[in-house]
Each structure stands twice: as structure tokens, then as C-alpha cells.
Design a protein around this ligand. Sequence first.
Ligand code: 3EB
Length: 317
Amino acid sequence: MATNFNASDSRPLTMRTTETDAFRVLVGANRVGSFNTGIATWDGPADEWLLPQARAAGRSGGFTLFADDHWLVGGARVDIASRYEQTTQRVYTDLLAAAHGWNLARIWNYVPEINEAGPDGLEHYRAFSRGRSIAFEQHFGPDFASKVSSASAVGCPSDHLTVVFAATRAPTRHLENPLQVPAYHYPSTYGPRAPSFARATIVDGERRMLFISGTAAVRGHQTIAPGDTMGQLDCTLENLAEITRAADHVATAAQARHFKVYLRHPTDLHAVRTELTKRLLRSTDTVSYLHADICRDHLNVEIEVTLGDSPFARQSA
Ligand code: 3EB
């Protein structure tokens, strides 16, 4: 039988040899859901445990679901099979069907070889963004931008796309950062379809929560301090301060704060951690430093935050 090996088949993937420090998303009672991103954890917890009181709630399309009375969390881990746009569109069509009747609050995307180009020359992140956008448009119609939630999309050393979402019965409000062009309005120089996410989502439940999207050195729509990690960190911290202001009381009242810091280069860990410890972090915060490519290839650092005393227990197992 003839076998065709394309470029991505022959490229060795940097899979981790140990499972212990590959970052995993765990869901539900007894961690019944487990989604391994393959991402190396350099410091802090190597997992986040979502909805520890949830029960398994079956499957929908590619998603395994977990639920309690107020929240629905779903995870899918699918072979990307070098078809980024089609695979992403299918996964998001499944996601939006699974979350029907709930309010989307947060989506985490772990995208294999995120900065590599596909056979047609389109960067994988851009193909991913295209598939995601088409799925949103088909589900919500032309006004879909107002429906997108907070999110992150980073690289992962795997051949599987991992997508995890959290949706709620409570009302949600999606926020934008006044210093940044909404991602869904990025010009087409960044790809044929703009990324479908909001800068943050507030959940107005019994206990309020704030999900801040992956935040990087983007001002307007432009990349700031390309290739300069510490310059990018300054801009990222300003962006975080601004979106926190936009969310007002929710952020400042929060006791529990969970950070994930994605770094492209191992050599940046020490300086970034030192700076964040000095300028941002409290002793009660949970922080994981993770090795991941960022969706624009000149970006070296991205930070996401989840705030609120929540049913999301985010600590080491
Ligand atoms: C940016 O501001 C940086 O495509 O879901 C941050 C958060 C970024 C989410 C996504 C991308 C995404 O454009 C990248």
C-alpha cells in the first residue's frame, strides 16, 4: 500500500516523555474528565481542575460533558489530521450544539503546531480561526461577534486539538479592552477570518466570576515589542490592568485568582516570573508557568486569569 508522508507527518513532534508535568485539564468529581494538552509545566500546578462537584453528563458530538445545576463543562480532544479549518469547524459546531441553552463563559484552545503553515501556506492558527468563525456564524448568524466569549488559543506539542469550554445558566457579559481592537474586528492582514473571542466574560451568578482571555502585547491590533519578551510583558500588564478596570468591582472583589502564563522560550522563565512576582502576584494566587507557542509568531508571552470564588477549584491534585 502506498503511503504519502507530508511535511507534518515527518516532522518529529516534541512529545513529553513523562506524563507527570504535562499540563492537564481535569473535570468533575474524582477528576473523571482528563484532557492532556502535552504542554510542559515549568512552575506551579500541572493541572487545572474544573467543576470538581460536577457529574458526568454524557457525550455530544466530540465532547465529553460534565454538569451541575449551574455549569456545563465540555472537553474534546481530536486528531487534527492536518486539516485545521475543517477539524476546528466540526469541533466548534459540536461545541455550540452541546452548549445550546447555556451561556458560554470561557473556551480554552490548545492547537498543535500553531505557527506552522499548512499545505496551502495558511498558518495553522489562521486556519483554526477560520473554522471557528464559520462555525460561530453558522450557529448564531451574521451577528455572531456579540455572542463570543472569553478564550485562549495557544500551541501544544501534540497531534490532537484540545478544546474545553465552560458554560453557565447564569447571565454573562462579554467585555472588550478600550486599548485593543476587538479580536473579531482584526483586519484580514492577520488571517482570512478574525479570531472569535471577547477580551473577558463576567458571570453574574450567585457567586460572580471573571474570565480574562489570554492577554498579550497587542495594542490596537498591532503587536508591541515584537520578539522582546520583557517589553511585551509591560504591555501585557497594562492590558490586564485595563480589562480589569473594564470589569470594575468583579475583579477587585475576587479572592481567588488563577493565572496561566504561557511562555514561548524557556530562557524567559526566570525574568518573567521575577517581574510578575514583583508587580502582579499575591501569595494567595495560583500560577502555572507553561511552555507554549503563542498565536502570533512574534509574541513570546501570554497571560490568562480566572477570578472569583467559584465552583472552579484550580489547584494541584
Ligand atoms: C491576541 O490578543 C492574542 O484566538 O482564541 C488571545 C486570546 C489570543 C485568545 C484566540 C488569541 C485568542 O490576539 C492572541
